[in-house]
Design a protein around this ligand. Structure first.
Ligand code: ATP
Length: 749
């Protein structure tokens, strides 16, 4: 016996605390109508976790709490405690108990108190040995001992017939419940629910992935672009380095070269300018030396005059010498004509004086005049000496000799002068010739120097033009470097000027390549793409995460399906096994009750319309067609009374129907006997003979389960070991008392 006691307090009509102890296999509760007996059966349902108010004849939670009377105030709470003996016992081999080491309930307590308390504010507490637990904990614990919240082991008043009156599908459920398959049903439903949720999650994840997909694809394309841009930028850096290195090297070297070329030329130009100036100066100087020529002319004139004079003198000397010779010859002849010396001397003196006038002048006119005068003087002198021959007689030779002497002297001085002049002239002439040579030299030099100067100037101009180009290059390089910094970053400037031996055209190619790359980069759009990369990674990560989640979900859906299939298989086999056992009992008990006949349960498939489909059709104002019908398993009751031709439940009398249902209910409870069975006036419709058969069956059942009977039936009461009487006191509250059989019979009336 597992059931120890039931304690009610504030539950329905039990205002005060009432306690029932179940010490015998059969306990009967008796009492007049309306005393509160059924409330006790409902207290069982309540404490076992029943959620359906109708099963406890109430509408609201409050209906279950003592509502007060004139004498006893209403209660704030209803409290029901059910105590189980949970001592380990030798388990029935093969039973579920065996697995729980002989304990009825799967907890390590020798005594288990299940308690449910409700308050007026509808709050509910479940307690297990005084500790708050969840309803679910209670339900699971009890289900393991075939005590269900559904209460198939509590047969309420008037409910006996239910097993026969319900439809086939509901009957199947009741049987499943009785067979303890509810736990599998729960698990199946739970798994189905989980599966539904999992499938919902799968759909959501799939939809999320679908949503992400285009964005991910877009981002991927962006990332590819970014990568391409990065590649281009790397290439740009490489090209920049090559280009800038070469360019800087080129400019530096070119400048060096041009500077080297320039400075000697500049020096040379300076020197040439100086030289040219000098040469020109020389030339100018020589031009100024033209004066020397006029000096020469003057010298030439002087010289020819001196020479003329010398010739005149020489002729005079010759004449005098002739005269002297003639005189000498005369003298020899003794009769020689003589010219007075004094006269000749005077004449000579006059001529000399005249000539004196001519010396020192260039004027040819004056000279001419002098010459004429001298000639006249000679004429008159000669005529005089011819007329005065007598004078000459004594002095002529001497005078002639004197004159000759004087002429010789003059001649001598003239010769001297001539020599002097000639020397001077020659000197001057040589000087002029020398000057003319130097002039030609100077001219040649001016020409050569200015030609060279022009050359050098041209070269310098070329160099300067090149330098200006270089300057432009330099500016361009600076600009290029600035741009490189902006477009390709500092990296692009990390180069050393080197010469790659490429011809200048190669560098130009590079520059064009650079330009092209810059344009392509510009077209590709700026930005480092960090954000795109980050976003892509995030979205891709998310997609991978979702993919994994999806795989997990699919896996768990798969295992749930397997679990459900397993549960369904268990349910099916357990149900089949259970059903055949029930059928055995049903047939046996039915035969006992009716002294023969046939009774069995049959699994049938029923074409039916789903309630949900019907509701939907009503909402939409549509007719359901045959195709909307589904096949559902159900259980049919097949009975055939002995000695009666009629078959089927409809043909049974009220009593026959009651007996059939009792037989079936008992058969059901025998398969997996519950620890206790409550029968609330199940025997109400039976006559005396059938009451006896009923009593026999109860005693049979009591071997497996503790029985609690609520009855007015004397026969049934007689089978109970302990009897409780319930009465309704003057205060309107139910009262409980232990009674003996006779008292019970009395109390029951
Ligand atoms: P019968 O033999 O006719 O089946 P019974 O002994 O089974 O009667 P119950 O149906 O258990 O009697 O009890 C019904 C009584 O309980 C009624 O008198 C009803 O007023 C009382 N009752 C039910 N709920 C409450 C409540 N919340 N507070 C007070 N009394 C209540």
């Amino acid at each position: 016996m597992y059931l120890k006691s039931l304690e009610l307090s504030g539950f329905k009509s039990f205002a005060k605390k009432a306690r029932l102890e179940f010490k015998t296999p059969i306990t009967a509760i008796v009492g007049p109508n309306g005393s509160g007996k059924s409330n006790i059966a409902e207290a069982f349902r309540f404490v076992l976790g029943e959620q359906r108010m109708t099963q406890m004849r109430g509408k609201r939670t409050e209906d279950l709490i003592w509502n007060g009377s004139q004498k006893v105030p209403k209660s704030g709470r209803a409290d029901v405690k059910l105590t189980f003996d949970n001592l380990p016992r030798p388990p029935t081999p093969g039973s579920e108990q065996a697995e729980r080491r002989g304990r009825l309930l799967d907890v390590d307590f020798d005594e288990v108190v299940v308690e449910r308390v409700i308050h007026r504010d509808s709050s509910t507490d479940y307690l297990l040995n005084g500790s708050t637990v969840r309803l679910r904990d209670i339900v699971e614990l009890l289900a393991g001992a075939h005590i269900g919240a559904s209460g198939h082991h509590i047969i309420s008043q008037g409910e006996t017939d239910r097993i026969l009156s319900v439809n086939m599908r509901e009957r199947k459920e009741m049987i499943e419940d009785a067979l303890g398959l509810k736990i599998y049903q729960y698990k199946k439903e739970e798994s189905l629910h989980k599966l539904e949720q999992t499938e919902q999650n799968i759909k959501e994840v799939e939809s999320l992935r679908r949503e992400i997909k285009p964005h991910l694809a877009f981002l991927k394309r962006q990332v590819e672009k970014v990568e391409k841009t990065r590649e281009m930028r790397t290439e740009l850096v490489r090209l920049y380095r090559l280009y800038l290195a070469e360019e800087e090297w080129y400019i530096t070297n070119e400048r060096k070269r041009l500077t080297n070329d320039r400075s000697p030329r500049a020096g040379e130009l300076e020197r040439l300018s100086r030289e040219l100036a000098e040469a020109k100066e020389t030339l100018a100087e020589l031009e100024r030396a033209g004066e020397k020529k006029s000096d020469i002319l003057a010298l030439e004139a002087e010289l020819s005059r001196v020479r003329d004079e010398k010739d005149t003198h020489m002729r005079e000397v010759g004449r005098l010498e002739g005269e002297i010779a003639a005189h000498e010859r005369v003298r020899e002849r003794e009769d020689e004509e003589r010219v007075r010396i004094a006269e000749v001397k005077a004449f000579a003196k006059d001529v000399s004086a005249e000539l004196q006038k001519g010396s020192g002048t260039d004027d040819s006119g004056a000279l001419q005049a002098i010459i004429k005068t001298v000639q006249e003087m000679f004429g008159s002198f000669l005529s005089r000496i011819t007329e005065g021959q007598t004078v000459k007689e004594d002095t002529t030779l001497d005078t002639l000799r004197d004159d000759k002497q004087k002429l010789d002297d003059t001649l001598h001085s003239l010769e001297k002068r001539e020599k002097e002049l000639s020397e001077k002239y020659n000197m001057l002439k040589r000087a002029v010739e020398a000057d003319m040579d130097s002039g030609r030299d100077a001219e040649r030099r001016v020409f050569a120097v200015s030609t060279r100067e022009q050359e050098v100037r041209t070269e310098l101009q070329k160099i300067d033009a090149e330098l200006r180009t270089l300057e432009r290059f330099e500016k361009e390089l600076a600009e290029e470097k600035r741009e490189a910094d902006v477009l390709a970053g500092k990296e692009a400037l990390a180069y050393k000027p080197v010469h790659a031996v490429a011809p200048r055209t190669e560098q130009e190619k590079r520059r064009k390549e650079l330009e092209k790359l810059k344009i392509r980069l510009e077209d590709a759009g700026g930005g480092s793409g960090e954000e795109i990369m980050k976003e892509y990674e995030e979205v891709a990560d998310r997609d991978v995460f979702l993919e994994r989640e999806l795989a997990d979900l699919v896996k768990s859906a798969e295992s749930l399906k397997q679990l459900i299939a397993g549960l369904e298989e268990t349910l099916r086999t357990e149900f089949e096994n259970g059903l055949s056992k029930i059928n055995e009992g049903f047939q046996e008990l039915f035969a006992i009750m009716f002294g023969g006949g046939i009774a069995s349960l049959k699994v049938v498939q029923e074409r039916t319309r789903r309630r949900s489909d019907i509701e939907a059709a009503l909402m939409l104002d549509e007719e359901l067609s045959d195709e909307d019908e589904v096949l559902e398993d159900g259980v049919e009751v097949v009975v055939s009374l002995p000695r009666k031709r009629v078959k089927g439940l409809q043909m049974l009398s009220g009593g026959e129907r009651a007996l059939t249902s009792i037989a079936l209910l008992f058969a059901m409870s025998q398969v997996n006997p519950p620890p206790f069975l409550i029968l609330d006036e199940t025997d109400a419709a039976l006559d005396e003979a059938n009451s006896r058969r009923y009593g026999d069956m109860v005693e049979r059942l009591a071997k497996e389960s503790q029985i609690i009977l609520i009855t007015h039936n004397r026969e049934t009461m007689s089978r109970a070991g302990v009897l409780y009487g319930v009465t309704m006191g003057a205060d309107g509250a139910s009262q409980l008392l232990s009674v003996d059989f006779e008292e019970a019979v009395r109390v029951a009336k």
